[in-house]
Design a protein around this ligand. Structure first.
Ligand code: PEP
Ligand code: MN
Length: 339
């Protein structure tokens, strides 16, 4: 940490600050400039006390305390310079292949899910998405089929061979959801529900962590740190749009998160353009952009009849439109050096 002292303080005050820093376990390095003295406090900031208390303790002497180390460790490239890969059944996420996770916003019925699963598989998706427990803004909206929905997802997996991703909403359901899911999704609304993140990590299943609606990237990385810190290395970050003043889209899909997360972290990055824009007509373009920018996977909502969907109708693609998207994505996948 870097501690900047106020101008014209006495040597006695300076020594008191130095003594306190050393007491907290840091070595000190004093740099005396013309007008100011700066102290470098040398030690692991993640395991030593936070020196910001110096501001309150020595208000006459200390002007600022600036941490140097990042607050996250295990998700960072420093801890793991190479890209991480995640095995999901026979697939590897974060490797050469771009994976497409596709399926309805909500599991509604066997017919709806199986028709969608067959179609997305035929078009090239490898993972089936579908919400069984739905986080709805209003308590009067469809809340998901619960365990019945999980059973339908398992059936769709048996029939098509697709792996399954579904959302975990509550710690109480962790074991139940893990019994059926190949990947556990933590939704935007729960992205900083730390007990839920710990419960998801504890299942041992790969975790896809959505970005919260108003979450800074640092907060998102720190939320991901909870998963790795609880001994689950299989984490992927999923950008799904943040809340801004814009009204042409449901959320503002922050594609700059792709290169930023890639630079900061070794974990795979997934883009969800469906929640991201809330508009089916933008999904293909946003997917193309995401692939070009280096996303490892896409999470796309697809429904046999979007107009009659029980949730998120405006953003779901019909089966034909999804097949078309997969074709229009091909040149971008190749240009990005992926398969
Ligand atoms: C979803 O994937 O359907 C969903 C509810 O996602 P989010 O948590 O990003 O809103
Ligand atoms: Mn949805």
């Amino acid at each position: 940490m870097i501690i900047v002292l106020k101008p014209r303080i006495s040597r006695k005050e300076e020594h008191a600050v130095l003594r306190e820093i050393r007491k907290l376990g840091y070595a000190t390095h004093v740099m005396r400039g013309v007008a100011r003295t700066v102290i470098g406090a040398i030690g692991d900031e993640l395991t030593h006390a936070n020196l910001e208390t110096l501001l309150a303790q020595f208000p006459q002497a200390v002007e600022s305390v600036t941490p140097i180390q990042k607050r996250y460790k295990l998700v960072s490239r420093e801890a793991h310079p190479a890209n991480s890969t995640i095995r999901v059944r026979e697939h590897v996420i974060g490797g050469k292949k771009l994976h497409v996770m596709a399926g309805p916003c909500s599991v509604e019925s066997e017919d709806q899910l199986l028709r969608t699963a067959e179609a997305v598989k035929a078009a090239g998706a490898t993972i089936l998405r579908g919400g069984a427990f739905k986080p709805r803004t209003s308590p009067y909206e469809f809340q998901g089929l619960g365990e019945k929905g999980l059973k339908l997802l398992a059936k769709a997996r048996r029939v098509t061979g697709l792996a399954v991703i579904t959302e975990l909403l509550s710690e109480n359901h962790a074991a139940l959801v893990a019994e059926y899911a190949d990947i556990i999704q933590i939704g935007a609304r729960n992205a900083q529900n730390f007990q839920l993140l710990i419960a998801a990590a504890g299942t041992g299943k790969p975790v896809l962590l959505k970005r919260g609606l108003s979450m800074k990237i640092e907060e998102w990385l720190l939320a991901g740190e909870y998963v790795l810190a609880h001994e689950n290395p299989n984490l992927m970050f999923c950008e799904r749009g943040i809340r801004t003043f814009e009204t042409y889209t449901r959320n503002t899909l922050d594609l700059s998160a792709v290169p930023i997360i890639k630079r900061e972290s070794h974990c795979p990055v997934v883009i969800d353009p469906s929640q991201g824009a809330g508009r089916a007509d933008l999904v293909t373009t946003l997917c193309q952009g995401a692939v070009a920018m280096g996303a490892d996977a896409l999470l796309i909502e697809v429904h046999p009849n979007p107009a009659e969907a029980w949730s998120d109708g405006a953003q779901q693609l019909s089966l034909d439109r999804f097949a078309q998207l997969m074709k229009e994505l091909q040149p971008f996948i190749q240009a990005a050096g992926r398969k």
